[in-house]
Design a protein around this ligand. Structure first.
Ligand SMILES: C[S@@+](CC[C@H](N)C(=O)[O-])C[C@H]1O[C@@H](n2cnc3c(N)ncnc32)[C@H](O)[C@@H]1O
Length: 85
């Protein structure tokens, strides 16, 4: 992995939505085995995934609930030049 540089450019680094919705999910009684399962459609380079992951780490520490995040993206919309950077 030494040849790869991290590039988490994206759209949703500091949205209020993620902390709010994940906290609601963590406090819900509908979670089996204390795991919040997140299925993200459209992760691009992973900025939103990383943001949710950081919130999940805090929730695990504060409330004891874990997250499992599955992220997918088709990358079909992006032009080739943009994905090279
Ligand atoms: C605006 S970007 C958001 C990226 C990321 N969630 C963020 O906040 O940084 C939307 C992404 O959704 C992806 N996308 C759009 N329709 C999709 C679909 N049907 N299945 C999977 N990915 C999709 C696009 O390829 C694009 O990368």
């Amino acid at each position: 992995m030494a040849d790869y540089k991290s590039d988490l450019s994206g759209w949703n680094p500091v949205s209020d939505f993620f902390p709010k919705i994940l906290k609601q999910a963590a406090q819900s009684n509908n979670i089996e085995d204390d795991t919040i399962r997140i299925f993200e459609v459209g992760s691009y380079k992973g900025l939103s995934t990383s943001s949710m992951g950081n919130i999940c780490k805090k929730l695990e520490k504060d409330i004891g609930k874990k997250c499992a995040i599955i992220s997918i993206d088709t990358w079909l919309w992006a032009d080739n030049e943009r994905l090279k950077n």
